[in-house]
Design a binder for this molecule. Structure first.
Ligand code: NAD
Length: 493
């Protein structure tokens, strides 16, 4: 019997009020049920929001260093249970175990980093233009924040949101992705064990339109932090905009590695393989485009093709496997649909392009897929596929490479391989993306720098780094007049 998991509302574990449930499955072995979860709806969300609103009042008054202590404790518990969490993640989401460990490590790192912010939570003091008057900026909580997350980083992304939101003193309603609810639940149990007071953090499982939408609509939720597809992100922005809510969006990407003719081809191939096929291409930062100078295009293509063909696909718990399953059947069909689109548009399919489920326990497996002769305007060069599919576009020179790289609606992560320092700096200057890598692929962000994108990837917010605190706190400008008389700014100066 699969484990029955629950919502966590007001410090109590409970079913959905309707009693309805849904299942989470292992994408490598879809007949294996990971757990049964409450299928929540508006009533459950309303209860979670009420609990968060009440608990927020006391939590915001707990000194920030003590809130940091709770975050640190949670991070230490995660560290002590790293392997168990990683195995659960591989079973529920499919990424290979080494990457699942990396996902858990990212949460540990984030916890440690954010805990330290409890002893900073920095404001500002500035001089007043008037005598005997003090001017300063302090931070406050926002109130109730709604956190909605995707399945591809089942622990890391929730930790990017929950840790800073807690540190800043907010009440939280957390709606994790319906494909990875078990990992989310274990995280919330750990936070409970670490001492998050009842009601401060509430977990509501379920599907987007049923359990996510009510969070967007409720006026008591003052801020939404959303990571997911651009399609849903647009809807989140609309709903939040109607109610003048603060909203932070981390959306899709169509990232590229630019390869100049002086690049180290072996290094490029290692990077392209890791960036393009790691996590089966299901990273918002996946290197799904290779933009290669025509002078090295053949060498890069041949060397990469050999390595792509050799990639071992299978259950991520098998240590020999490099490419795990994709998340679900729908996504598998979508990825295959893009192979058909690419072929129809005239790109050349060099490797892969096949659904492999039949030989692999009916799991959601797709063969690592490589196209070349990809024109920048083709759909496979413009749209996020979110699978193990990489397209190679040949370009004439550096300027052409930059133009092609910037020529999509997205702006998350772009990378350049070159040994020419001038070109590297020009690329850093001219690439239109929130993340830029030099001589490394487009994946692999570290939590101490802000993370996020421009253009269609987001709306200007950044997670992680110092900006995590910016995202989840309000600013309050304070003036203290100790002159004993009325002093009028701009007039009595
Ligand atoms: P998704 O947009 O389908 O779902 C994300 C979350 O939104 C889920 O929890 C879902 O239940 C919820 N949701 C769906 N409809 C909703 C609605 N009407 N109201 C409220 N919530 C709703 O995305 P996904 O398939 O889970 O994740 C993959 C996408 O996430 C990709 O596009 C990827 O690029 C993106 N992503 C972006 C980043 C980033 O930081 N930029 C990081 C990881 C993933």
């Amino acid at each position: 019997m699969a484990e029955a998991y629950l919502n966590y509302i007001g410090g109590r574990w409970m079913s959905a009020q309707s009693g309805d449930t849904f299942e989470s499955h292992n994408p490598a072995h879809p007949s294996e049920v990971i757990g049964v979860f409450p299928r929540s709806a508006a009533l459950d969300v309303a209860a979670a929001i009420a609990a968060a609103e009440e608990a927020h009042q006391a939590w915001r008054l707990v000194p920030a260093p003590h809130r940091g202590d709770v975050v640190l404790k949670a991070s230490m518990i995660i560290e002590s249970r790293k392997e168990e969490l990683a195995v659960l993640m591989t079973r529920e989401m499919g990424k290979v175990l080494a990457e699942a460990r990396g996902d858990v490590q990212e949460a540990i790192d984030m916890g440690k980093y954010i805990a330290g912010e409890g002893r900073r939570f920095t404001g500002q003091t500035v001089p007043s233009e008037l005598r005997d008057k003090f001017a300063m900026l302090i931070r406050d909580s926002i109130g109730v924040v709604g956190l909605i997350t995707p399945w591809n980083f089942p622990l890391a992304i929730p930790s990017w949101k929950i840790f800073p939101a807690l540190l800043c003193g907010n009440g939280i309603v957390f709606k994790p992705a319906e494909d990875t609810p078990a990992v989310a639940t274990v995280f919330v149990r750990i936070l409970e064990e670490a001492g998050v007071p009842p009601g401060v953090l509430n977990l509501v499982h379920g599907f987007g339109p049923e359990a996510g939408q009510p969070i967007l609509e409720d006026p008591r939720v003052r801020m939404i932090s959303f990571t997911g597809s651009s399609e849903v992100g647009r809807l989140v922005a609309e709903e939040a905009g109607k109610r003048l809510k603060r909203v932070s969006l981390e959306l899709g990407g169509k990232n590229a590695i630019l390869v100049m003719e002086d690049a180290d081809v072996d290094l490029v191939v290692e990077g392209a393989l890791w960036g393009g096929f790691g996590t089966s291409g299901q990273r918002c930062t996946a290197s799904s485009r290779l933009i290669v100078h025509q002078g090295v295009a053949n060498r890069v293509t041949e060397a990469l093709l050999e390595r792509v063909r050799a990639l071992k696909v299978g259950d991520g718990l098998d240590a020999n496997v490099q490419v795990g399953p994709v998340i679900n059947r729908e996504q598998l069909d979508r990825i295959h649909g893009y192979t058909e689109v690419g072929t129809k548009e005239g790109a050349r399919l060099l490797a892969g392009g096949k659904i492999l489920s039949a030989n692999l326990d009916n799991g959601h497996f797709y063969s690592p897929t490589l196209f070349d002769r990809v024109e920048p305007t083709m759909r496979i060069a413009q749209e996020e596929i979110f699978g193990p599919t990489v397209g190679i576009t040949s370009v004439t020179d550096f300027d052409h490479a930059i133009e092609v790289a910037n020529g999509t609606q997205y702006g998350l992560s772009l990378a350049i391989y070159t040994k020419d320092i001038d070109r590297a700096f020009r690329a850093i200057r001219d690439l239109q993306s929130g993340l830029v890598y030099v001589n490394a692929p487009t994946i692999g962000a570290e939590i101490q720098l802000p993370f996020g994108g421009i253009k269609g990837t987001g709306n200007g917010h950044r997670e992680a780094g110092f900006s995590a605190i910016e995202q989840f706190s309000e600013l309050k400008s304070v003036y203290i007049d100790y002159s004993g008389k009325l002093q009028r700014a701009q007039i009595d100066v």
